[in-house]
Design a protein around this ligand. Structure first.
Ligand SMILES: Cc1ncc(COP(=O)(O)O)c(C=O)c1O
Length: 372
């Protein structure tokens, strides 16, 4: 009797759900169903048309909402692929340890993936990083070693310490995000195909900045292949990165000088992730911090998008590519992460002033500078 009423209630509830599905026009695919754990929830992010910038340029400017990944950034994809690559190669078995050198989103992505799969995570980072970053990784279950910030050619550099830590343990792997091409593979197998499917193949250009280069390289490789070379691709570079001048000069690698407020991007060398695809690029753009900051505020005010500075830089680059190609083109970029982890800087009067960037905030958007 009781069971029957549950069944009857169940059927009624199901009918009600079906009815509401129709009336609310649910847009999620039935085939998608549920995911088996966190790792299957990585990817399949929305592609958002930026309405104001699209109107202004007469193009479709589309941003891939990578901030919607479970760990909050595009780096969840790379984190999953480097871990699963190690599993496939037999380098990581149940109960094993993942070691990485990172101060940012890769560590957060790895922390989520490692907890979900039952691995330990050890992170090495320069001790110049904020306590907030250390705390966040620790509360996500990682063992964190802040070490002196020294150059890459010094054996005490955080990346080398991470490698040695992994070598000293059984059943441990150094995931090596910069030169492990499983990172680029994540974007060949997931982000690239998603963009192609979401635009129905109606895409003219792609652009984004690089940290490891995995995102730009993997998406460029996929889009060039699937479109027979028709989709154009451009690297976007912040100040202090050498890749723009490397591309403009046809392969001349200069010494790194200058710096940028953008986090997670900018590079002093051509990584193994970027190397196979750098020759496919159609050009590059250099985006000053002033324009990135202005776009942080514009995206917030015009689109309701609360984005970190690397995403804002990407949007500036997409806008410039759109202008370059002319009206009627579709340009896609990456919205790498949200502004949550950077709010105490990006929206602080004192911080903006200390970087000489207070004047970059448009007058009519000054009300968003809410922190002292
Ligand atoms: C905020 C942010 N944007 C962009 C990137 C660059 O992505 P990739 O390493 O694939 O070049 C990163 C990388 O860590 C990042 O943290």
């Amino acid at each position: 009797m009781f069971r029957q009423s549950i069944r009857r209630f169940g059927t009624t509830a199901l009918r009600a759900a079906e009815a509401s599905t129709t009336s609310y026009n649910v847009r999620v695919s039935k085939a998608q169903g549920f995911t088996n754990g966190l790792t299957e929830a990585i990817g399949n992010t929305p592609l958002i048309r930026l309405k104001k910038l699209s109107e202004e340029t007469g193009c479709n400017i589309l941003g891939k909402a990578e901030f919607q990944n479970p760990g909050g950034s595009v780096k969840d994809r790379a984190a999953l692929f480097v871990v699963e690559d190690a599993e496939r190669k037999g380098l990581l078995k149940p109960g094993g340890t993942v070691v990485e050198g990172t101060a940012g989103n890769t560590g957060i992505g790895l922390a989520h993936v490692c907890r979900s799969k039952g691995y330990k995570l050890v992170i090495y980072m320069p001790n110049t990083q904020s306590q907030g970053k250390i705390d966040l990784l620790r509360l996500l279950g990682a063992e964190v070693y802040p070490v002196p910030a020294v150059a890459f050619d010094n054996p005490q550099n955080y990346n080398h310490q991470a490698r040695r830590h992994a070598e000293s343990l059984d059943n441990a792997v150094w995931t090596n995000q910069f030169d492990n091409t499983a990172n680029r593979q994540a974007h060949i197998e997931t982000t690239g195909p998603e963009i192609w499917a979401q635009t129905n193949g109606q895409i003219d250009a792609f652009t984004c900045a690089t940290g490891t280069g995995g995102t730009l390289a993997g998406i460029t490789r996929y889009l060039k292949t699937v479109s027979d070379g028709k989709v154009k691709s451009f690297l976007a570079d912040p100040p202090g990165s050498v890749l723009h001048s490397y591309i403009q000069s046809g392969g001349n690698l200069v010494e790194r000088t200058g710096s940028s407020i953008t986090e997670g991007i900018g590079q002093g060398r051509v990584t193994d992730n970027l190397q196979p695809d750098i020759g496919l690029l159609d050009g590059s753009l250099n985006i000053p911090d002033e324009k990135s900051i202005e776009m942080v505020y514009r995206c917030l005010d015009e689109e309701g998008l609360y984005l970190g500075a690397s995403s804002a830089l990407n949007v500036v680059a997409a806008q410039e590519v759109a202008k370059k190609l002319g009206r009627g083109n579709t340009v896609v970029t990456i919205l790498c992460d949200g502004a949550y982890r950077y709010a105490d800087r990006l929206f602080s009067n004192t911080w903006l002033q200390s970087k000489g960037l207070r004047g970059a905030v448009p007058k009519h958007l000054e009300r968003y500078v809410v922190l002292p």
